[in-house]
Ligand binder design. Structure first.
Ligand code: HEC
Length: 392
C-alpha cells in the first residue's frame, strides 16, 4: 500500500516545523496526488508501508529527533542517542521508546494538556493544574490514555490523589475539573460542548449525521428549530446554514453540562430553563440554558455520537473508548510537538494516523499516551514530512 498525502500548511507556523534539512528530490506523483501545489503546502511522500522503518535514513532520524526532543522530553538528544539515531529508523525507535520513560515526557504530557485546555496555575481559588497533573500522573504510571477523560479522581502535582473540585457526584477526568469548566463556561454551554469535541474528537459542528444524529426538531426550544431554508427570518448566526443543522447536534453535547455553573460548580437543582431576566442562554444561579424544552431541560441524560448517556461521566467514557479519540490524540500531540496549527493537525492524513493508532492497539487494547507517541514519532510519514517545493 502506498500513501500519498498532502497537508496544507500555514507559512508562519511551520518555519522549523515539518521540514527536513537535507535537500530531497520531489516525491513521485501518482494519480491521486494533485499536480499543482500551493505555497506552504507540506507533502508527505508516498511510503511503502511494508518497508516502513528501513525507509528512514540516519540523517533523517537525527534531524527529526533533534527537532522533536525539546518538546517531547525537554532536552536535546545526547551524544550516545545521536550515535544510535545515525543508524536510521531502528535507532529512532530505540531512542523514542527510551524517551517516553523519562520524567521529561510526563512533564511534556502535563504541558500539552495544560496548553490544550488553557489551564494552569491557580486563579480565583480554582486549581488550574488539575488537568495537567492528571496527564502527568497517567504517563508516569503507565495508565491508559483514555483515563484522561475517565479517571475517578484528581491528583496533586506530586501525583498524590486528591478530590476533584466540582462537587459533582461523578468524575470524568479533566472534564470534571473547575479549571476546564470555568474556562469554557458560556451561554447554552456551547463552548464546553465544542471544546470537548474539538479537543478530544477533532470534530466540529455541523458533524456528519452518522457520527451524531440530530436531536428531533420538536424537542428543541424554538430558537434552534429554525431552518433558514424554510424561514429566512432567522437571526444573524449561521452563515447561510440553518440553526438546526448545528444546534440539533450541539444540543445533545451541551446537555451533559446543564448542572455545572459558570464557576464550574455542580448544582443538582439546575433547571436548564431560561432566566427571563437575563441574557439569552443564561439560566438562574450562574447556570446556562438547555437547548431542550420541558423536563428534558433539567436532565443530564443525553447522547454522544449516537449513544445514550446518563451524564457527563458516561459521555466522557463513550468518547474515550472511541477510535476517534485515539486518532485525535495523535493529531493533537503531533500538532503540539511539531508546532502545527489546529487545521494542519486535523489535516494530517487519516491513513497515516489510523496506522499509528493501529500499531499502538497491537500491543494494548487501551493504549497509553507513550505508545501512541512512540508509533507517531517513528512513523516514516511523520519523519519525512517536509515542506513541498514552492513552484512559481
Ligand atoms: C455551522 C454551525 C452553526 C450554525 C448553522 C449555527 N450555529 Fe449557533 N453556534 C455555533 C457555534 C460553533 C457556536 C459557538 C460555540 C462556542 O462558544 O464555542 C454557536 C453559538 C451560538 C450561540 C451562543 C453565542 C454566545 O455568545 O455564546 C447562540 C445563541 C447561537 N449559536 C444561536 C444560533 C442561531 C439562532 C442560529 C441560526 C440562525 C445558529 N446559531 C446557527 C454553530 C452554529
Amino acid at each position: 500500500m502506498i500513501i500519498a498525502v498532502l497537508v496544507t500548511a500555514c507559512e508562519g507556523e511551520l518555519s522549523g516545523g515539518l521540514r527536513r534539512t537535507a535537500p530531497n528530490a520531489p516525491p513521485p506523483m501518482d494519480a491521486t496526488t494533485p499536480t499543482t501545489q500551493q505555497p506552504g503546502t507540506i507533502q508527505l511522500p508516498p511510503i511503502p508501508l511494508t518497508d516502513a522503518r528501513s525507509a528512514i535514513t540516519g540523517d533523517e532520524a537525527v534531524t527529526f529527533a533533534r527537532r522533536v526532543a525539546p518538546m517531547l522530553v525537554g532536552r536535546v538528544p545526547s551524544e550516545a542517542e545521536l550515535t544510535t539515531l545515525s543508524t536510521g529508523g531502528a535507532g529512532l525507535r530505540t531512542v523514542v521508546e527510551a524517551w517516553v520513560k523519562e520524567p521529561g515526557f510526563a512533564e511534556a504530557a502535563r504541558d500539552w494538556i495544560s496548553v490544550k485546555l488553557k489551564a494552569s496555575g491557580t486563579a480565583g481559588g480554582i486549581n488550574g493544574d488539575l488537568p495537567g497533573n492528571l496527564a502527568a500522573f497517567l504517563v508516569r504510571n503507565g495508565r491508559p490514555h483514555a483515563e484522561l477523560l475517565t479517571a475517578d479522581r484528581c491528583y496533586d502535582r506530586a501525583g498524590a490523589p486528591t478530590a476533584c473540585d466540582t462537587g459533582a457526584p461523578f468524575t470524568a477526568g479533566v472534564l470534571t475539573t473547575r479549571a476546564f469548566l470555568k474556562n469554557t463556561s458560556s451561554r447554552f454551554n456551547l463552548k464546553r460542548a465544542r471544546t470537548v469535541v474539538k479537543t478530544f474528537a477533532c470534530s466540529d459542528y455541523p458533524m456528519d449525521n452518522t457520527l451524531q444524529p440530530p436531536m428531533p426538531r420538536e424537542s428543541l426550544i424554538p430558537l434552534f428549530q429554525v431552518d433558514r431554508a424554510t424561514d429566512t427570518s432567522a437571526g444573524t448566526f449561521g452563515n447561510g446554514f440553518a440553526c438546526y443543522t448545528c444546534h440539533s447536534q450541539f444540543s445533545a453535547h451541551a446537555q451533559v453540562f446543564v448542572k455545572f455553573d459558570d464557576q464550574g460548580r455542580y448544582q443538582a437543582g439546575a433547571t436548564g430553563l431560561q432566566d427571563m431576566a437575563a441574557e439569552q442562554g443564561r439560566s438562574t444561579n450562574g447556570l446556562f440554558t438547555s437547548h431542550f424544552t420541558g423536563a428534558a431541560a433539567a436532565s443530564e441524560q443525553s447522547q454522544i455520537f449516537g449513544k445514550p448517556v446518563q451524564n457527563l461521566a458516561e459521555s466522557a467514557r463513550v468518547i474515550a473508548s472511541s477510535q476517534l479519540y485515539l486518532e485525535c490524540s495523535v493529531r493533537s500531540v503531533a500538532g503540539y510537538v511539531l508546532s502545527l496549527s489546529e487545521t494542519e493537525a486535523n489535516e494530517l492524513p487519516k491513513p497515516v494516523v489510523e496506522e499509528i493508532v493501529g500499531e499502538a492497539l497491537k500491543t494494548a487494547q487501551q493504549p497509553t499516551l507513550a505508545s501512541l507517541v512512540v508509533e507517531a514519532f517513528t512513523h516514516p510519514s511523520m519523519v519525512s514530512a517536509r515542506r513541498a517545493q514552492v513552484t512559481p
